[in-house]
Design a protein around this ligand. Structure first.
Ligand code: 8X3
Length: 250
């Protein structure tokens, strides 16, 4: 029977690339996002390869998350793989100049959102005694950099949650993988810099950044290992990158 994967943040970046890679593996897909047109477009595109359903909800709203996931049929609810990919950075400045609204978005989306979706999915996995949760952290969760304190804190929380989930869920037959990408060229910097394209473009200049597909390859590797293997944690940096902000640019 085909495995069922639920992916949050599926309409762009790493989430979308993971959806494409999973479709190639014939996984049945529950694609979640906030932009209905993008979900429809993705359903039509990937529906040619595999069975796809979509859910439109905001991960930051527990009632929306719970009610939306509960609209799934019993068959779809038997989720084998949860990829918590939704998340973003908003603003980049010294902490004393940070905007509380930006902090809320990062903490609510990257931390609370991951918790809410996991809470809606984990009990079923525990009952079925199988499952795999893949959390998208960041190199920013492993090292804090200037002007990124809150984003880095939100990703450090993801690291702690991945470890905590693994400690609590392994005994129930559930694997937990933490994926920590470095510089990946997606809409990430455009969102972080609030549409300032010049500032966003600069992040990826002078070296070859990772692509969302590079990260999707690692996720595929993690979810296709045999039952006796758990990939607990992977940090994936660009070839020219040695740390979050240590990038060899030409
Ligand atoms: C994105 C990576 O280090 O540019 O999570 O913030 S970083």
């Amino acid at each position: 029977m085909a495995r069922i994967a639920l992916i949050t943040g599926a309409t762009s970046g790493i989430g979308r690339a993971t959806a494409e890679a999973f479709a190639d593996l014939d996984f049945n897909l529950i694609l979640c996002g906030r932009r209905q047109e993008r979900l429809d477009e993705l359903q039509e595109y990937l529906g040619a390869k595999t069975t796809v359903t979509t859910l439109n909800f905001d991960v930051r709203n527990w009632v929306e998350v719970y009610e939306s996931i509960n609209t799934l049929t019993e068959e779809w609810k038997a989720i084998d793989i949860l990829v918590n990919s939704a998340g973003n950075a908003y603003g980049m400045s010294a902490i004393q100049d940070g905007e509380p609204d930006d902090w809320d978005q990062m903490i609510d989306g990257n931390v609370q959102g991951l918790l809410y979706v996991s809470k809606a999915v984990m009990p079923g996995m525990v009952t079925r005694k199988k499952g795999h949760i893949v959390n998208l952290s960041s190199v920013a969760g492993k090292e804090t950099y200037p002007n990124g304190a809150v984003y880095c804190a939100s990703k450090a929380a993801v690291e702690a949650l991945s470890n905590g989930m693994r400690l609590d869920l392994t005994q129930h037959g559930i694997k937990v993988t933490n994926i920590a990408p470095g510089a990946v060229e997606t809409e990430f910097s455009m969102v972080r810099f609030k549409g300032d394209k010049e500032r966003a473009d600069k992040i990826y200049q002078g070296f070859t950044p990772l692509t969302p597909e590079d990260i999707a390859d690692s996720i595929v590797f993690a979810v296709t290992t045999p039952a006796h293997v758990t990939i607990a944690d992977m940090t994936i940096l660009a070839g020219a990158q040695a740390g979050a902000q240590t990038i060899h640019r030409k």
